[in-house]
Design a protein around this ligand. Sequence first.
Ligand code: NCD
Ligand code: ZN
Length: 478
Amino acid sequence: MPARSRGSKLHGRQNVHVEVEPRTVFAGRILYRGRIIPAELGVSEEGRILKVAPSVRGGRRVDLGEALLLPSAIDLHVHFRDPSPPGSVEDFQSGTVQAALGGVGAVVDMPNTDPPTTSVERLEEKGDRFRAKAEVDGLLLAALRTETRVEELAAQGAGFKLYMAPTTGDLAAPPGTDLRPLLERVARTGAPVHVHAEDPRLFQEGLYAVDPEGWAAKRPARSEISAVRSLLPLAEGLRLHLAHATTVEAVELARGAGWSVEATPQHLLLAATAHQDARWKVNPPLRSVAERDALFGSFKTGRVTMLASDHAPHALSEKERPFPEAPSGMPGVETMLPLLLEKVRSGDLALPTLVAAAARRPALFLGLPRGHLAAGMEANFLVVDFRDKTRIRARDLHAPCGWTAFEGREGIFPRAHYLRGRQIVEDGEFVGDHTGLLLSRGDGAGASLPAAPTPRTAPRPSSSPNPSSAPSVPSPSA
Ligand code: NCD
Ligand code: ZN
């Protein structure tokens, strides 16, 4: 952070650069080099951070007191079901409102909609729907199938989702499909491929699963590891991203091959038992307590590079069908960050690790000027107070599906959320007015904004697994 505390003046040698007066100055505390320090953010009319300093002059002042300003999260994995036939319990409007309230300022939406996102026409149509309804920003993925017009879709700015096993939407390649020619074409476009890694050859088809524990046995951990391994020889020149990792072995295989890796709150915090119903049925399945704890260990050390929700809402009536017929997936975009912020509050996770996984690395992955609070970045940030510990109740959440697998757990929801300097959440209530933009990878986000410097250094894998090295958080004073 620049130590200078004075505002507008010409910048020494390049006297072409005149500092713009901030429209708003936000005063609070920020995370800076692993410590929480008082700071002020000067934000321009267009919603860029102009300056971060101990004191910034000019503009309207918003004094946020002792509260912590954190960059908005970016959720790399949501299913907002738009378009989908009547009866679906989500669309871009409801999905992005939940995102805003959960501290997520941008989402990457998956292509297993109905109809699926398999062509440029469908991508454009989906983009129009997003623009018409979005309260936070978003990017759209296209489905990667043998007939996919890879070059055209990549040129539209979409990344790809590769389903290696059957799941909601039926987009998996038929067993035995040679993926090499397809992946070679993708590699030439430079577009990333988000991989749903499960190898169906290792599914226990004869096993009749009636609970999540059985589901985990039917779609075992080794099928995830095998799916990652099977892609390694085909991965040359590809930018691969492992979606919803469930095992440390898959994480290590993927990281060793240069992939990025996401994990979801459900795989980090929940485990499969024989007592849960189909609300806990997800693909890939929840694992054992030991596997979950090991995965959380990898998250704490930054080996799992990113956090994502895999928000996949299904109507309760669907989830109440007999376990084998019930669909897989659970909602989670609103609770993702609050659940992990609570892990920080309780001392189980270092705040810099969470911020890197939820905001900074996803921003770098997508090539967007956001994800940390510094001059040149978009002013997308949350106001968090660690004293705001709340018990999660589905009735207090905003998911139209009306249920959560995290019922009764604790979370820390942001008090406020600003997107490009405009407030979209105030005192925990949604106050946005259609602020979301449709983005594409690396386009600098929000075409109306001046080009921002991209961060020069890649974020260090937060190497502070030691909870005692977590920055001090406001102690829950009475
Ligand atoms: C997802 C859904 O319902 O769209 N379900 C899930 O269990 N994660 C599909 C998927 O990504 O597998
Ligand atoms: Zn998914």
